[in-house]
Design a protein around this ligand. Sequence first.
Ligand code: GTP
Ligand code: MG
Length: 377
Amino acid sequence: MFDGLKDKLSGFREDVEENAEVEENAEVEEPAESDEPEGDEPVADESAAAESPEADHVAESDADAAETAASGGSDDADDDNEPSTFQRAKAFATGRIIIEEEDLEQPLWDLEMALLESDVEMSVAERILETVREKMLGESRKQVETTGELVESALHDALLDVIAVGQFDFEERIAEADKPVTIVFTGVNGVGKTTSIAKLSEWLADRGYSSVMANGDTYRAGANEQIQEHADRLDRELISHDQGGDPAAVIYDGVEYAEANDIDVVLGDTAGRLHTSDDLMAQLEKIDRVVDPDMTLFVDEAVAGQDAVNRAKEFNDAAEIDGAILTKADADSSGGAAISVAYVTGKPILFLGTGQGYDDLTLFEPEELVESLLGED
Ligand SMILES: Nc1nc2c(ncn2[C@@H]2O[C@H](COP(=O)(O)OP(=O)(O)OP(=O)(O)O)[C@@H](O)[C@H]2O)c(=O)[nH]1
Ligand SMILES: [Mg+2]
């Protein structure tokens, strides 16, 4: 899951570390190294090394540092753009790492490209870069020991900042709400709405909540049979009307059934639709009016990347959602939708679908996702 994105993030970490290391090496040129010249090294290099300052003879000001560096007099002149010895010494003394803005320029550019290639939405990528830059260069950054740790902590904060937007505790919301809790599922065709309803029914049962399914997909031929199969396998009640019936009426009946039978949650399916389909969007409005659901969850597939992000936004604009379920995360390497949906809609991702089995539904935990994206494995 999200392996492509993981690789790209670790590429950024390596880039910054490499840049910082090159500087480190350029600065602390040990005279000992020049004891055995490797043959083709020009003589000028040897004299430069001999005159280079020892780490504990730290210059006292920028001007001094510049002078000392200049006195190296080597033709290579690759010392010119280094952060001053003074800055480094100060950073060393205070246990902080100095990253120069220009060290970050190329890696940040590469990171932006990598995020966009991974289908991270533009405004989300920009926000991530902004936070990374701020955390790595700013005064407020955390105390860390190595450049690698600094990058990791900056990326961690930047990712969490966009991924955790609007997050709430779904289980707590269910526990505290008046019963029955009515949840309506929306989204385009074939993304996994019906499957997610079956999975969520199982997820709720595992936590002690009963549920009834109501098939508001009165549009597609075969929809009743499909959801009935799930209901039979899971031994749940299904409320359905004939094809062509009023979806709002079916879900309403589901709520009545739940009230009469002490069922905790009503899971209302709907037909797949585009936000541009006026008739079908009017149906959602009617469901809203007639049933007044406690939650409307937008379902889309993680593999759809940028398209899923755009649709989440369009659905939220047309018929406000409370959260999202991203299915088929098991088949998604880019991770762009998982990172972008919450920031773009202001509504959290609540679950990831991670396979075709009933147990393949995972509560979305931003912190866990960030850790796995930045993890070693
Ligand atoms: N690999 C994988 N497949 C999934 C996941 N969720 C759903 N699917 C598959 O996606 C296909 C479509 O799922 P449905 O639940 O029928 O989708 P839908 O949104 O209800 O489709 P319509 O009712 O036609 O709009 C099925 O073959 C599911 O098994 C998932 O998390 N991972
Ligand atoms: Mg369906």
